[in-house]
Design a protein around this ligand. Structure first.
Ligand code: URA
Length: 209
């Protein structure tokens, strides 16, 4: 079974609370998503392998650590996932960015893929699929399946806010994918919104309704 990491750092909790407030406007919401994504990137990369390098400081020669040059990729689920990309890129400026677009089929209610563009060397990269909201888990699970179909071997899922239902579905369908969250909320309501949640993340990010 995969692990679920909920970041309970005070900075993240504080920023999430402001994001949840109904009166928080698009500009501030967008900035906060970006900031929380940066803070999450810090935790997401905690297990990156380090290697010894010989360097010279102004004082002496020394052996120090640097990241081993692991290939990483971020894959936002369109469209709300886009809000988390810049924040993560600030911490990991060399990563490649793929994109995946899914829409909910009005008849089956299942997510259907309409866009997929990934870096060419899929099998050699560690991917982080990003989407602010993990609600039913349908889109995240399908996005992960699409990546696996293209040859991805190592995938993490990073979301700001999740319902237990979504976590359960992803864990059941992808027991190899660890889930990173800024908040694990109470439940889904009858309209598929996370409770207490923060509303429609895409609309709040882009100022649409
Ligand atoms: N998608 C959102 O943007 N918000 C929710 O609460 C659930 C799904």
């Amino acid at each position: 079974m995969s692990k679920v990491h909920v970041f309970d750092h005070p900075l993240i909790q504080h920023k999430m609370t402001i994001m949840r407030k109904v009166e928080t406007g698009t500009k501030q919401f967008r900035e906060l998503v970006d900031e929380v994504a940066s803070l999450m990137a810090y935790e997401l990369t905690r297990d990156l392998p380090l290697t010894d390098v010989e360097i010279e400081t102004p004082v002496t020669k020394t052996t120090q650590k640097m990241i081993e040059g692991k290939k990483l990729g971020i894959v936002p689920i369109l469209r709300a996932g886009l809000g988390m990309v810049d924040g993560m890129l600030r911490m990991m400026p060399n990563v490649k960015v793929g994109h995946i677009g899914l829409y909910r089929d009005p008849e089956t209610l299942e997510p259907t893929e309409y866009y997929l563009k990934l870096p060419t060397d899929v099998a050699e990269r560690d991917f982080v699929v990003v989407d602010p909201m993990l609600a039913t888990g349908g889109s995240a699970s399908d996005a992960i399946s699409s990546l696996k179909k293209q040859g991805a071997q190592s995938i993490k899922l990073a979301c700001l806010c999740a319902a237990p239902e979504g976590v359960k579905r992803v864990q059941e369908e992808h027991p190899d994918v660890d889930i990173y969250l800024a908040a694990l909320d109470e439940k889904l309501n009858d309209h598929g919104y996370i409770v207490p949640g923060l509303g429609d993340a895409g609309d709040r990010l882009f100022g649409t309704k």
